[in-house]
Design a protein. Structure first.
Length: 501
């Protein structure tokens, strides 16, 4: 078991299957990793760590929380168990007076299936980095005994405190101290049976009408739909609920509530580029000239939208930690950057410690929805001028080569070499990941693009293609297929099928 713990690493998180006889994320694994986290904190100068632990609604959550708590306890930490919680709340507990542990662990696997689970780690400085997790797993895999002077394990409830923090944000956002500032607003909440069902009750306490809200009860089997704002079935479900209830808008969270999407009163989804545009418009309306950091696959229309609102669009590498860290770096360099956001729905605001908190983000949006309703307007009015592509496709090209990184880089270089001289191909000057090419299609100028990049962890080349003209996506895909036909170690069958279908 111990030698396999490094295989549970997924970016900055631990993640793996936790149900079944051969599941790698066992109670023993959770205890060992929890103990290693304590030893890692001690190595950072925290002699007697206090560690908080929470979980989402998964069927293995309570079991793994208890195991992690025991491991932390045996390693010498004082442990506070918060039970059902959200990932952002587990960070907020570290900086909240009266709680303020030295580190926290969230037992969650985000939007993954019921049989998976995982662990996310925080210090008061924020989420740990990939290198930090390497160190923790190295400690966990060592032969050294991870024992110490065992501290107490206590049960506390932090979620009500976090709710009060969100309520305070609503009142600040609406510049009022009245008890029910959301009277007159109808919001449908879809928690997907994850950890976020309490948000409907929070809104109701503030005066909002929440009739039509669904799947609020925690159920780790997720019987209704996957709690994932990128899932087609989940989005269709909340859209239908909003239309049926006649609500002003709908809100859907992932399992641990660090991601969110919304739908308007017609059931139209506001996620991905639309969500980024909406948040950007709210921020830029108050202060033009801001820089908005996004991941690399955002659309050309979004770039144009942000510029027209008086902002600067800064594309960066995929991965929410990458986007957040770059926004922090830009601020330290004197660039006014209040938002880091991925198309997946991960969003971090400077005003909220650059914490990717879907519940905080949607609280900001609900404040704006309330303000606009009082003016006879709606949130979609802010993004009415967002230019959206006529066609888009996303696919993942498998890399067969043993050294998949070298083969992937070689394929990207081949595309760049071709683009440097090919008529109608333009290498994007603002791209910071893989190769992004804009195209002149059907007599137009830069009215289509593709991005080919190397996955951070997997032997895959993700490919995104968007076109402003019909038939443009297939035209660009065919051109790319011709360039990559001589690339070694790349499985082009998906691309070929798309071109020839």
């Amino acid at each position: 078991m111990i030698t396999d713990l490094r295989k549970l690493k997924s970016g900055t998180d631990v993640r793996g299957r936790a149900v079944g006889e051969d599941a790698p994320l066992t109670q023993e694994a959770a205890a060992r990793i929890g103990a290693a986290f304590v030893k890692w904190l001690q190595g950072k100068g925290v002699d007697h760590p206090r560690v908080a632990i929470g979980r989402d609604s998964r069927i293995t959550g309570e079991m793994l929380l208890d195991a992690c708590a025991e491991g932390c306890h045996q390693a010498g930490a004082q442990v506070e168990c918060y039970g059902l919680c959200t990932t952002p709340a587990m960070y907020m507990s570290l900086i909240t007076e009266g709680f303020a542990c030295d580190g926290s662990v969230m037992i969650t696997a985000s939007h993954h299936p019921y049989d998976c689970n995982g662990m996310k780690f925080f210090t008061r400085a924020g989420g740990i980095e990939s290198g930090d997790l390497d160190e923790i797993l190295d400690i966990a895999c060592s032969d050294a005994p991870l024992l110490g002077d065992a501290g107490p394990i206590v049960r506390r409830d932090f979620l009500p405190v976090y709710c009060e923090q969100l309520k305070d944000r609503v009142r600040r956002g609406l510049d009022t101290d009245i008890q029910k500032p959301l009277l007159g607003l109808h919001v449908v909440v879809d928690a997907g049976n994850g950890a976020g069902g309490f948000y409907a009750h929070l809104l109701e306490d503030l005066g909002a009408w929440v009739e039509g809200s669904q799947f609020l009860e925690p159920d780790g089997m997720f019987p209704n739909h996957i709690p994932n704002p990128e899932n087609e079935q989940a989005m269709a479900s909340v859209s239908a609920a909003v239309v049926k209830a006649g609500a002003d808008l709908g809100v859907i969270f992932d399992t641990d509530c660090d991601r969110v999407a919304i739908v308007d009163r017609t059931g139209r989804e506001i996620n991905r580029n639309r969500l980024i545009a909406l948040v950007s418009a709210i921020l830029l309306d108050k202060k033009p000239g801001l820089t908005i950091v996004t991941d690399s696959v955002t659309s050309s229309g979004l770039n144009q939208f942000i510029m027209e609102w008086g902002g600067e669009h800064y594309r960066y590498k995929r991965g929410y930690r990458n986007v957040i860290n770059e926004a922090i770096r830009l601020n330290e360099a004197g660039i006014d950057c209040p938002l880091a956001i991925e198309t997946s729905g991960h969003a971090a605001l400077r005003e909220n410690h650059f914490l990717d908190d879907g519940m905080y983000l949607v609280t900001v949006l609900i404040c704006e929805a309330m303000r606009l309703k009082q003016e006879g307007r709606e949130l979609p009015d802010l993004i009415a001028d967002l230019k959206e592509p006529k066609e888009s496709v996303e696919m993942r090209l498998t890399i067969d080569a043993e050294d998949f990184r070298a083969a992937g880089r070689a394929a990207i270089e081949k595309v760049m070499d071709h683009a440097a001289f090919a008529p109608g191909w333009h290498i994007a000057t603002d791209n910071r990941e893989g190769v992004r090419i804009s195209f002149d299609l059907q007599g137009g100028t830069s009215n289509g693009w593709f991005l080919l990049r190397l996955s951070v962890h997997d032997p895959v080349l993700p490919l995104n293609i968007e076109s402003d003209v019909e038939g443009g996506v297939r035209e660009m895909a065919a051109a790319l297929l011709a360039v990559l036909s001589s690339a070694e170690g790349i499985d082009l069958s998906k691309l070929a099928r798309f071109v020839n279908q």
